[in-house]
Ligand binder design. Sequence first.
Ligand code: FE2
Ligand code: FE2
Length: 137
Amino acid sequence: MTTPTWGWSERLSLKHQLMDATHQEFVTLCAALAQSEEQSPFIDRLDALIEHSIEHFEQENRWMRDAGFPPAACHQGEHDAVLQVMQEVRRRFAEGERDLGERLAEELPLWFEHHVDTMDNMLAQYLISNEIAVEAA
Ligand SMILES: [Fe+2]
Ligand SMILES: [Fe+2]
């Protein structure tokens, strides 16, 4: 597999405790997509990631709504788009397009790093600088 060493690192930390904890969970589940089919079925690993992502994204969407975060629509749009991709890959993988699983395992870490650097970073800075307390879902 092409991304066996990808995992959590301080480089991904936004110094926001709840967000970092959620992101560590995402990284673990996302990195697991690169495991082999012998370890566990890809569909099961993808389902676990999708289930996590629905809650992860809804948690951030709620924080943005509650805090009146200005670029909320743009950020939520990125969540919706990547979730759609995951669900589309799940559907097509189940229909036999197995190579899509490997492509997703390669691309998602790149998407996530970019998303953390931009959208999530802006949200974390907004919450921290405005001293807005948030709660886990
Ligand atoms: Fe996030
Ligand atoms: Fe986000």
